[in-house]
Every structure is written in structure tokens, then in C-alpha cells.
Design a protein around this ligand. Structure first.
Ligand code: GDP
Ligand code: ZN
Length: 305
């Protein structure tokens, strides 16, 4: 039996990076897809597998090794279902453009929640700084740095900040996520032009990009750095967190709960809530609090559905 790392998966086939070197296209044992479905999502980029060559000389994935972590989301369009984007990661990199399309901090908070929930470090990339004013980039950069996340302000077009970002992800396995059109492909191509990732056109009307990738793809760069590129999404919701866990993923807010009147305070409408008091007093970020409140509401709706 040989070991391999899943680079990408489609319906019937997985391309793996064999531990001995080289890419191998493998069939996937049907029982694995069945069992994987019953367990936790299907085979994904970053999965470690055992594979072998059968009597016909076809490479076959025989076994999926236990995952050390997985980054998941609520499956878009399938209430109550989880979608695993990638497994066995070192960190998550979220790319959000400062302009065209304009910055949506809610998305950063949502990805932060999912990363924290999966126990993964998060790195934030604010892209297209060449299209933004100094103030437009400084405000979100300061906010997320103060929370403790590394923030890179970059322009893939002008090369600004790209080397520093690359230094941050070098030698590790990073899942890169973001809305489509934020410049993720341009950025990854700036790391290694040979990647040849397709750069989409931003729709002149909506300011959003086309979706150019279908499933997450793991790419190993020349120096061993691994990047898992994921399809640009339209919406993102974390999956599988309780209300308490959700609140706990807000690093900047969670410490404030010690001052709440009720031990089981949900920080929404309860009297004596120290979290809301801190927001009102300007000692905590209103945007972050609103992200929490909205996600909590979604969680409750999901629970009722
Ligand atoms: P993706 O959907 O996130 O992969 O985005 P793409 O890499 O396909 O880029 C979408 C559009 O944004 C393309 O037209 C790029 O040329 C443009 N773009 C990417 N990076 C930058 C940047 O740093 N500055 C500016 N002004 N445009 C960029
Ligand atoms: Zn409270």
C-alpha cells in the first residue's frame, strides 16, 4: 500500500500527490465514498490516503486516513448539511478585496468563526489596496490586527505586500478562501506564475467575479509550500457550532462575558449584558458584535428548520 495526499477530487476520480513523488490519477473505492459520506463529508483536498494499483494496473484509493482537522461550511442551498472544503490544514487564509467588490467584513467574521471552530489559525488578506484610500485599508486592518489576526494589505497587480504574505504561508498548507472576484487567483499566480490559475473577469455591473473553479484544489509549489485554492463563494456560513461555541470564537468579545449579569447570557436581549454595554460604550467593535448577533440568529433559524 502507498501513501498519498489528495490534490483534487471529482465525482469518480481523485488526483493524489504520491508520497514517493509525482501525481497519480486514482479511482476511488465506492465503499469509501459511501462511508465517508456517512462519516464527515466526502474525500477532499488535503486528505491523506492509502492507494494501490489493481490487477488492471489502475490506481485506486483504498483508504482515507483520519483527519487532524477539516474546514467546513454550511452547504449552500442544502439546509442542515455540512460541506467539507479541505482537510489536514495548517491555516486558513481569507482574501477580501478593499474595493471592486467592496469589503464585506461580515464575510471575514464568518470565516474567522469557522476557522476558530475548526481550531485553525486564520490569516486575513485585504486585496486590491491600489483601489482603496489609506483610510479604507487602515480601518479593517487595525480592527483585525487588534483582535490578534495577522493582516496583509496587498495589491497583486502592483506586487505590494505579496512577498510578505508569501513569507507567512511558506512551508505550510494553507486553505485560501474568499468571494469570487477578490483577486485570489491573481494572488496565487503572483506566488508562482506557472500555476496558471484562471483569472476571472469582474462583472462590470455587479462588481463580482465569475466562478472559475469547481472544487478545492491543492497545489504544491516548488519550495514545498502547499496552497489549497477553493471556489469563490457567494455566501458563507459556519457549520456545526453551538451558540456558546459561536460566541467563544469571537476572541475580542468573549472575555467581556465575565461581566454579564447572567451566567448563561446570550448577549442579545438580556439585561445586564456586559458585551452589549461594551459595544455601546465604544470599547468593543459594533461590526464584530453585529456579526455575532446575525450568526446567532441564523443558528437559531437553522435549529428550527
Ligand atoms: P478571484 O475570483 O478571486 O480568483 O479573482 P481574480 O484573480 O480572477 O481577479 C478578479 C479581477 O480582479 C481580475 O480582473 C483581476 O485582474 C483583478 N485584480 C486582481 N488583483 C488585483 C489587484 O491587486 N488590484 C486590482 N486593481 N485589480 C486586481
Ligand atoms: Zn452578555
Amino acid at each position: 500500500m502507498n501513501l498519498g495526499l489528495v490534490a483534487r477530487v471529482d465525482l469518480r476520480q481523485a488526483v493524489i500527490l504520491a508520497s514517493g513523488g509525482g501525481e497519480v490519477a486514482c479511482r476511488i473505492r465506492a465503499r469509501l465514498m459511501d462511508r465517508a459520506k456517512r462519516l464527515r463529508g466526502a474525500l477532499v483536498a488535503g486528505d491523506e490516503v492509502e492507494w494501490d494499483t489493481d490487477e488492471q494496473g489502475t490506481a485506486v484509493v483504498e483508504e482515507v486516513l483520519p483527519r487532524r482537522n477539516a474546514f467546513t461550511r454550511r452547504a449552500a442551498g442544502f439546509p442542515g448539511r455540512e460541506q467539507v472544503l479541505a482537510a489536514n490544514l495548517d491555516e486558513v487564509v481569507v482574501v477580501a478585496s478593499l474595493a471592486r467588490p467592496s469589503l464585506r467584513e461580515g464575510l471575514l467574521d464568518r470565516v474567522a468563526v469557522a476557522a476558530e471552530g475548526a481550531g485553525l489559525p486564520l490569516r486575513i488578506v485585504l486585496s486590491k489596496v491600489d483601489l482603496a484610500t489609506a483610510e479604507e485599508s487602515a480601518r479593517p486592518a487595525d480592527l483585525y490586527r487588534a483582535i490578534g489576526y495577522p493582516v496583509h494589505v496587498v495589491s497583486a497587480l502592483e506586487g505590494h505586500g505579496v512577498a510578505e504574505l508569501y513569507a507567512g504561508i511558506r512551508g505550510r498548507r494553507s486553505l485560501v478562501v474568499g468571494h469570487s472576484g477578490v483577486g485570489k487567483s491573481t494572488l496565487l499566480n503572483a506566488f508562482e506564475p506557472s500555476l496558471g490559475l484562471r483569472v476571472g473577469e469582474v462583472n462590470a455591473v455587479t462588481g463580482r467575479g465569475r466562478q472559475t473553479t469547481a472544487a478545492a484544489v491543492l497545489v504544491r509549489l516548488a519550495d514545498g509550500t502547499e496552497v489549497v485554492d477553493s471556489p469563490g463563494f457567494r455566501a458563507f456560513a459556519p457549520w456545526g457550532l453551538s451558540r456558546e461555541e459561536l460566541f467563544h470564537t469571537f476572541r475580542d468579545l468573549r472575555g467581556l462575558a465575565a461581566g454579564c449579569r447572567f451566567r448563561d447570557c446570550g448577549h442579545v436581549a438580556e439585561p445586564g449584558c456586559a458585551v452589549r454595554a461594551a459595544v455601546e460604550a465604544g470599547r468593543a467593535s459594533r461590526e464584530r458584535y453585529e456579526s455575532y448577533a446575525r450568526l446567532r440568529e441564523e443558528l437559531e433559524q437553522e435549529g428550527e428548520a
